[in-house]
Design a protein around this ligand. Structure first.
Ligand SMILES: [Mg+2]
Length: 394
């Protein structure tokens, strides 16, 4: 039986919240980003309203570029605390339809609603109800994709933004994807797109026709994976946080980099995020894994199981750096690094283990708790390891 997966993606989330709460901002080109200084700051665009996007402004762009594109745009600083509260309200609405909710980011989630049919109807009916509740209760709009798997649902949610609803009936995944440009595929960056364009491949449908062996020869290990996606195949389940078997973060470098210092600094920042999330969830990881993807898309993962479950960066950072060192050779062009905690143990498993832990473990945990508290108050940027600060200055 095909699954019924929804991808729910809020439209221009930060900008939409600002426009909702400040009527004078409505209908204007609006840019939400750090350090805006009326467009003259050094920050990055977090979200642009659809009015601003018409000028070519988009997220991850320097504020200064946005200002050049549209000097009369309104620039406002993000209010992450409020956005997080609204996000929690969205997730609460989603949980009204199923327990199988996987939050991907602050404004985006996957749902498996296959088991909700008797109560709430088919995928399309659930999608309409969710959109109506988000509009009615939060005065915001979401775009929703409905499909038999996560990848196709994600592509579908993006097609008719804002306020979109795109339904891909089971069996029509491949035909639905075929006319779309290659860059809609997960994992295809500018370089892969160029390489495929040189081979005359611009549409997903063309990629779907290429034999798997050829794709592997051109693109390495992920070639076959991209081929499957192009044919509309993706069997990853919706993973519910809390019951999950791993917590992790990864970063893609654009462009690829061979700079060991940069990669290690990135890895340490990811360790910081990972361990904070472990503590938020009240779990510790017995196993730490580092994932590593080269420019040619070949991917490898190294893992190690620790004598003592870990939930602080002091414990995880040296392990992550060691695993990375085993994978990295000088001159290797790296596309992506990630760090994962797996084999998670509940907090109940800890006290007994701590009988045997060195005395140093307790102050380390207290330090970690203090760091968490500061981060909750001042946001992610507040806490930066000395090494990262040095890297940024340099
Ligand atoms: Mg969004």
């Amino acid at each position: 039986l095909p699954r019924t997966i929804l991808h729910v993606d809020m439209d221009a989330f930060y900008a939409a919240i600002e426009a909702r709460d400040h009527p004078e901002l409505r209908g204007q080109p609006l840019v939400v980003g750090s350090d805006p200084k009326g467009g003259k700051g050094r920050g990055i665009v977090a979200t642009a309203s659809y009015e601003a996007r018409r000028f070519g402004i988009h997220s991850a762009q320097p504020i200064s570029t946005a200002y050049r594109l549209c000097p009369h745009a309104l620039f406002v600083r993000p209010d992450m605390k409020r956005y997080a509260e609204v996000s929690a309200s969205v997730i609460r609405i989603l949980h009204g339809f199923t327990d199988l909710v996987e939050q991907v980011s602050i404004d985006e989630a996957f749902l498996d609603v296959g088991g909700s049919r008797r109560l709430f109807g088919d995928g399309a009916a659930v999608a309409r109800s969710i959109k109506a509740r988000i509009r009615g209760e939060l005065e915001l709009t979401a775009s929703v994709g409905v499909a038999a798997n996560k990848f196709v649902a994600k592509v579908a949610s993006d097609l008719e933004k804002p306020d979109g609803l795109v339904i891909v009936p089971p069996g029509e995944e491949r035909a639905f994807l075929a006319p779309l440009p290659i860059r809609r595929l997960w994992g295809v960056g500018a370089r892969t797109e160029e390489a495929l364009a040189r081979a005359g491949i611009r549409r997903i449908g063309q990629l779907a026709e290429v034999p798997a062996a050829d794709l592997e020869r051109w693109l390495g290990a992920t070639g076959e994976h991209l081929g499957s996606l192009a044919r509309g195949l993706d069997d990853r389940p919706v993973v519910v946080e809390g019951s999950n078997r791993s917590i992790g973060h990864e970063t893609t470098f654009d462009p690829d980099t061979a700079d060991r210092g940069q990669i290690e600094a990135t890895l340490l920042a990811l360790v910081e995020k990972l361990t904070r999330r472990l503590r938020q969830h009240g779990v510790a990881a017995r196993t730490i894994a580092v994932k590593f993807r080269r420019a040619d898309f070949s991917t490898c993962t190294r893992r190690i199981t620790l004598p003592e479950p870990a939930d602080t960066s002091e414990q995880v950072a040296p392990v992550a750096l060691r695993l990375f060192g085993a994978l990295f050779g000088e001159g290797t062009l790296v596309r992506l690094v990630g760090v994962y905690g797996t084999n998670l143990v509940p907090p109940g498993a800890r006290p007994q283990l701590e009988l045997f832990a060195p005395q140093a473990a307790r102050p380390r945990r207290e330090l970690a708790a203090a760091v968490d508290a500061i981060t909750r108050r001042f946001g992610e940027q507040a806490i930066t390891r000395a090494r990262l600060v040095g890297k940024r200055r340099g």
